[in-house]
Design a protein around this ligand. Sequence first.
Ligand SMILES: Cc1cc2nc3c(=O)[nH]c(=O)nc-3n(C[C@H](O)[C@H](O)[C@H](O)COP(=O)(O)OP(=O)(O)OC[C@H]3O[C@@H](n4cnc5c(N)ncnc54)[C@H](O)[C@@H]3O)c2cc1C
Length: 538
Amino acid sequence: MVAAAKTYDYIVVGGGSAGCVAASRLVAEFGARVLLLEAGGDYKDWILKVPAGFSQILGGTKYFTQHFTVPQVQLGGRVQMIPQGKVLGGGSSINAQAYMRGRAADYDIWGDMTGSDLWSWRKILPHFMRLEGNQKFNNGWHGAYGPLRVSDPGFICEMSHKYVRTLQGMGVAYTPDFNNGAPAGVGYPQVTTGGGRRCSAVDAFITPIRGNRNLEIVTGARAERIVIERGRAVGVDYLVAGGRQQARADGEVILAAGALTSPQLLMLSGIGPADALGKLGIKVEADLAGVGNNLQDHCGAPIAAAAPGNYGYFRQDQGLRKIANGIEYLLLGRGRITTTGVEACSFHVPEDGSGDPVVQIWCVPKTSYIDEDVRGVPDIDGVTLHAVLMRPRATGWLRLRSADPRDLPLVNPNYLGHPDDMRHLRDGMRVAREILAARPLRDVVTKEILPGAGAADDAAIDEHMRRTVKTDYHPVGTCRMGREKDDDAVVTPELRVRGIDRLRVVDASVMPKIVTANTNAPTMALASRAVSIMKGVD
Ligand SMILES: Cc1cc2nc3c(=O)[nH]c(=O)nc-3n(C[C@H](O)[C@H](O)[C@H](O)COP(=O)(O)OP(=O)(O)OC[C@H]3O[C@@H](n4cnc5c(N)ncnc54)[C@H](O)[C@@H]3O)c2cc1C
């Protein structure tokens, strides 16, 4: 039984990175009445707000929706996990906080793919800058006065410093700022941290307007279906506290439920490939073949090594060390608790031998930071070099498992499904080994433990990659934007869902091509740009 519906100007479905930005701008700048529906709970728990809480959050599932992939044939049938944030703030509330934007070219490609001047680096850079309250830079690339606090990590361990010095010794340039549109070299990426605390999309965009009567936030509210009447989105059916509710929108319904849910909600609402929807008994509202296609994700594989000497984070969360770290944080607001532990990275492997780097290597100053589906790695004093493929050529897909909104969709990320992806990541693994063999890292590394020195030829490295490759948590592209007449595109350059009025998607799922960066900042800038497009302002 659906209770009487309340009406808003906009309903934003999903209170994650994109949803918080979109709702906030609509309320604060345009005075709109907005309902923000979020499936997870509110952003309250201290563990979410403390950077070092990241690895603990990742170890549990309370703040995640845990997606499982279909068996990956090219990986010997492995089923992998892809966690996605399920709490107000979405990914921004549980992520590793790296603040990266990618290449200028990544956004210019979006412009080319949409045949529109709405999307380009020139158009999106002002949004990165207006959102950002950078605590170090204030120049042509960075904003210093926005609500999103961005800073250097509060603490950098000796292993991360050794990594950066080793790369410089190998001739790789030190990069003080990865966010000037041309990420390259080695350095310490900035993070979404301010004053030693995480700065999530809630902290930045929602907390300042919590008291605004035009904003209603309902947490624990799972949208099940967009209500469509005569080809127009007019509301959302959702489940909250075990009961069904309907909310109506005079203006628009805005989907921001993330790349693994926005396409599912479209399909549950009758927007998707007609054949597949028909087989599940779903009434077709718009036959859009591309919904759920074009899934792209960054994936990576590790080289782990023993390096005794406590240069990193081995057992820093246990016993006396844990107590000392906690006291330092509580009394002085500094120390190891102010970092997620992922502090240094570098870019390698020019695409096709001469283009921009296509592999990013993260220095993870421990050996146990490996997802649950890569088991058996001993927790010892050491370091993991995690090589990540930044511009995969393989694409995957997402399909409905059933017409029941409670069922998670079928997800096929198709990791390493293209021969070039195998080649690029293999080259990245070789670079990671060269790094471990150069000074000063060589002076502290005693032994490679994963995959082990024996795995030397291409076949052995490929086997290791197939066994260990995993998500870097950046699924995008499943409701991609495209040209007006592109039948496979799901949304127009204005991010309107093709064939349905008053319905847009504004989250990571509209990216037609994945960016050469972690995806939180790009998604927030995209959502801000979406509001400008929607409201006809620049
Ligand atoms: C473990 C992890 C680590 C990461 N590390 C980094 C990093 O260091 N740096 C970086 O830049 N990026 C990182 N990312 C990626 C980044 O956080 C995401 O790309 C970004 O948050 C995506 O934003 P979004 O708005 O598209 O989706 P999300 O932020 O995932 O938001 C979607 C929201 O919709 C809600 N929702 C879903 N279904 C429904 C429904 N039916 N009804 C109502 N609400 C619903 C979800 O609960 C969620 O809050 C990480 C992600 C993860 C999971």
